[in-house]
Design a protein. Structure first.
Length: 155
């Protein structure tokens, strides 16, 4: 079982809801390939885990590499594991950053119980990695996007 993880930089302006929709669409393709995993998005970067038969995972990864919704893909892990860490998720999206006391432990608790500790640590630190200033910027951008959508609906 090949287990691969990367981080990348999202195209500016990509929203959490677009990423959720993307993950739902690609889950069908992954299910056909028996590829499972997790896609985290913190409004600036992606972290994705893909696992399955080696050639299937690498095939999906070749498509992902060509996708212009992100760039600067950096592989942080590629190893063989005995068991899937996300056996029930064809592709689950987790939209972060985390805010508030206790949110990191809630986030970690929502990860699959089969997930190894090293993987849980990678995802939790990624999810916590935006600074307060960046969170404020992110909230403003979301607010603007909502207003723009509202204005477009009223046109
Ligand atoms: C961050 C990110 C993660 C993606 N993850 C997957 C994935 O797990 N599986 C997949 O098939 N496509 C994934 N895609 C989408 C592919 O790049 C591609 O758009 C999709 O496979 C549709 O390709 P098609 O239109 O040629 O069928 C991802 C794209 C991005 C930007």
């Amino acid at each position: 079982m090949l287990s691969l993880m990367y981080v990348s930089t999202a195209r500016p302006g990509l929203t959490g809801s677009e990423v959720e929709a993307l993950a739902q669409r690609v889950a069908q393709n992954n299910a056909r390939q028996e590829v499972t995993g997790l896609l985290a998005f913190n409004s600036r970067n992606f972290m994705q885990l893909l696992e399955g038969v080696g050639e299937k995972v690498l095939g999906v990864m070749r498509t992902i590499e060509r996708d212009d919704r992100h760039h600067d893909i950096t592989y942080i892990r590629q190893d063989t594991r005995a068991h899937r860490e996300c056996p029930d998720w064809s592709m689950r999206s987790l939209i972060t950053p985390l805010t508030g006391l206790g949110s990191a432990s809630v986030f970690t608790g929502s990860l699959p119980r089969q997930m190894e500790l090293d993987t849980k640590i990678l995802f939790t630190s990624f999810a916590s990695s935006l600074t307060a200033a960046q969170e404020a910027q992110h909230a403003e951008a979301e607010q603007r996007a909502m207003q723009d959508r509202g204005a477009a609906e009223n046109d």
